[in-house]
Design a protein around this ligand. Structure first.
Ligand code: 6GU
Length: 250
């Protein structure tokens, strides 16, 4: 998979050299290219922002450098199996980033990310981009970050680990939180009896029983209980309200 990132802070993307994503790059699974937006500015000061028309706080990213940078990314293709990238613009006003969206993005051969800063990017940049490639504005959640860079790190990690060969144990991809619609069950390892400064903390006995059906049932109960406590929005309404659907009333 080819990934291009346009940013005014290329150093922010340095973690993409580390861990599983760094390994995937060295293994040739990911081809990541980071571009400095200021390289596409036209003036001596390499400026990329200006004050907003209509007034208001902060600065807005100017369209010229963005159009030049995105045109440069498009012109650097086509890749083996895509003529243009799917452009992802991180921003709190986007569609929610979910495991389902991560899976859809993981099926794309080429993604580009446009990292905004300040109060946002001039709206005409979206028009320019949409006439050349698919564009999706994506939000990590209902809070505000200073720019798209940290969001790109999160999205690239979530997408990259779904690519074949990135996560060694493919099984560890299926039992996780959000795959299957429930949060993950609690996990334990040795010692089975842990002396924690005068308090004995033990592993739930069922996990030591060797009874695989009982273990599976316990883990499922834990997933449902944990999801009800922390993320009731993920459960069908019937699971939390004891709604009529459960009573088989006809
Ligand atoms: Cl994707 N970007 C920014 N700048 N802020 C955010 C976000 C993204 N998701 C939540 N807040």
């Amino acid at each position: 998979m080819r990934l291009d990132v346009v940013t005014i802070f290329p150093d922010y993307l340095a973690p993409l050299d580390l861990s599983l994503i760094g390994k995937a790059r060295r293994d040739g699974i990911l081809d990541v290219r980071v571009h400095d937006l200021r390289d596409f500015a036209h003036d001596r000061h390499r400026s990329v922002d200006d004050s907003p028309f209509g007034g208001g706080a902060g600065m807005v990213m100017t369209p010229g450098p963005w159009a030049a940078a995105l045109d440069h990314v498009v012109a650097s293709g086509p890749t083996e199996d895509a003529v243009v990238p799917h452009l992802v613009v991180p921003g709190p006003g986007g569609v929610p980033f979910t495991q389902a969206l991560a899976r859809r993005l993981a099926a794309e051969p080429w993604l580009a990310f446009a990292c905004g800063r300040y109060e946002g990017i001039d709206e005409r940049v979206y028009e320019h981009a949409q006439e050349r490639m698919p564009v999706t504005v994506v939000s990590l959640g209902d809070y505000v970050l200073n720019g798209g860079e940290v969001a790109v790190l999160a999205m690239v990690e979530a997408v990259g680990r779904l690519l074949p060969g990135v996560v060694g144990n493919a099984e560890s991809l299926v039992e996780e939180s959000h795959e299957g619609g429930l949060l993950e069950y609690p996990v334990y390892t040795r010692p089975a009896r842990w002396e924690d400064g005068g308090i004995l903390r033990e592993v739930p006995p069922v996990l030591l029983s060797g009874d695989h059906a009982a273990i599976a049932a316990w883990r499922h109960e834990q997933r449902v209980a944990r999801t009800a406590a922390r993320r009731p929005d993920l459960l069908p309404a019937s699971a939390t309200t004891g709604a009529l659907e459960d009573l088989d009333v006809r």
